[in-house]
Ligand binder design. Structure first.
Ligand code: CTP
Length: 446
């Protein structure tokens, strides 16, 4: 039996892909198709794919041409696959001519003529542009605009800030055409909004935007009450709108890899997750204003909650908070979540600095993610026997916001077939934890 293997992203599956697979199949008896994972594409700088890996695998499967589909997850995997599956022929399109000659050491390499006049890039360019309006022009919005320019199919068209002069300065600096006179004005000009205003305003703006039929990407924390989060997701789902919180960590490639590795059992059963996120902040900042949901919990707690909820689930038994207060604001909070079989804790601070690392302890080993773990680009999997240790490197491009922006735009363009990296349940739990904290439930203050 002659085994053939080919690889691709197969985004927006098209005629060129189909013809390539047909001819690849004809080169032998058994065709293996490698489909790149979303993380691998992000890692190698391919930011613009429109379909997620599940959709791309499905498209290849639907051709009926592949006898086996594998996921391509890392550089160098081709050699491993060729040896593992005893491959006789490696083939790809002629756009790669010469590039894979190094594989001739392992099998025959065939470059098939590319189908002229069609490509995923071309199809992506024909896709509609998502027009974004930004509400709020603070430091995160200033990072958002350059990051959005690294992502396809999105254009920032308008900006709103109640302080009109600020908005004008922002538009000038980032060459944005329109400075909206009101939120309604902004909403009338866009398909989606990015909410980067002070935390306490999130719910009202998000609700207004969703009711106006606009998709919403809202900075964290999304809201401070579980019922508010539930209301927003209900409006979004009824109107088939995308509602996402700006949790950049959840969307970056290394973090995704870390979660799948740990879930696959490499460190055994997870018994403890501990993560710290502290950002020293000026006391005069509105982030410190307790009367408006300022403080460490509000500012930073959602970040460590992402790995905790992803790895240990949403069914914790109880949570206790210990806060160091200054002028009514928690400048540092440590929280402990008790699960049936595990413990999680996190430290957040605006007025206290800690090591910003994360450790995930298991029955067979542990994962160490150095500071700043929330911009994960490197982590280590460590064992009792140090020679088993693994170091995992990924790139973390720019400010990292591009990953969540890409996910947001893909979700809007993919409509119903989208799956989200952070579930509604996880969002509801994050809001519930904020609500408990601000109600003072299980909060010990020093
Ligand atoms: N392919 C082809 N003819 C085309 C487009 C792609 O034969 N018109 C082949 C590629 O050479 C590759 C496989 O299909 O072997 C998967 O290619 P992929 O990179 O996923 O598709 P492209 O359309 O080339 O994507 P992009 O525009 O993002 O580079």
């Amino acid at each position: 039996m002659k085994t053939v293997i080919t690889y691709g992203t197969f985004d927006l599956f098209h005629e060129g892909h189909y013809r390539l697979l047909q001819r690849a199949k004809a080169l032998g008896d058994y065709l293996i198709v490698g489909v790149t994972t979303d993380n691998f594409d992000l890692e190698r700088g391919k930011m613009n794919t429109c379909n997620n890996v599940m959709e791309r695998v499905e498209a290849v499967r639907n051709t009926g041409l592949a006898d086996k589909i594998v996921l391509e997850e890392y550089k160098g995997q081709k050699i491993d696959d060729i040896q593992k599956y005893k491959v006789d022929v490696f083939t790809v399109g002629s756009d790669w001519a010469g590039y894979f000659d190094y594989l001739k050491e392992y099998c025959e390499v065939v470059y098939l003529p590319r189908t002229e006049g069609i490509s995923s890039t071309q199809l992506r360019e024909q896709r509609p542009i998502v027009r974004i309006g930004i509400i709020g022009t603070g430091s995160i919005a200033k990072r958002f605009v350059p990051e959005s320019r690294c992502v396809n199919s999105i254009d920032v068209v308008s900006v709103y800030n109640p302080d009109a002069q600020e908005a004008v300065r922002f538009c000038k600096r980032f060459e944005i055409d329109n400075c909206a006179a009101s939120v309604d004005d902004l909403l009338s000009r866009c398909d989606a909004v990015y909410i980067a205003s002070p935390h306490y305003t999130h719910f009202d703006y998000a609700r207004q935007a969703l009711l106006a039929g606009k998709h919403v990407l809202c900075e964290t924390p999304l809201v401070f009450k579980e019922c508010q989060a539930a209301e927003l997701f209900e409006i979004a789902s009824k109107s088939n709108l995308v509602l996402m919180a700006g949790l950049k960590t959840a969307f970056c490639p290394a973090f995704g890899h870390l979660v799948s590795m740990v879930k696959s059992g490499v460190i055994g059963e997870v018994v403890e997750v501990n993560a710290s996120t502290t950002t020293l902040t000026d006391e005069s900042s509105e982030k410190m204003d307790a009367s408006r949901y300022g403080g460490s919990m509000s500012e930073n707690a959602c970040f460590p909650l992402v790995p905790i909820l992803k790895l240990l689930g949403t069914d914790y038994e109880d949570i206790t908070f210990y806060s160091k207060m200054k002028a009514g604001t928690d400048i540092f909070t440590k929280a402990v979540l008790r699960y049936k079989q595990a413990i999680a804790s996190f430290q957040v601070g605006l007025g206290v600095k800690t090591e910003g690392s994360m450790t995930i302890a298991g029955t067979k080993g542990y994962v160490y993610v150095p500071a700043p773990w929330w911009k994960t680009d490197y982590f280590e999997v460590r064992f009792e026997n140090q020679s088993d240790n693994k170091k995992v490197f990924y790139s973390f491009a720019g400010e990292g916001l591009r990953y969540e922006i890409k996910e947001f735009v893909s979700a809007i363009l993919a409509q119903s077939s989208h799956y989200s990296k952070v579930s509604i349940k996880e969002h509801l739990i994050m809001a519930r934890i904020q609500e408990m904290y601000f109600r003072g439930e299980n909060v010990y203050k020093i």
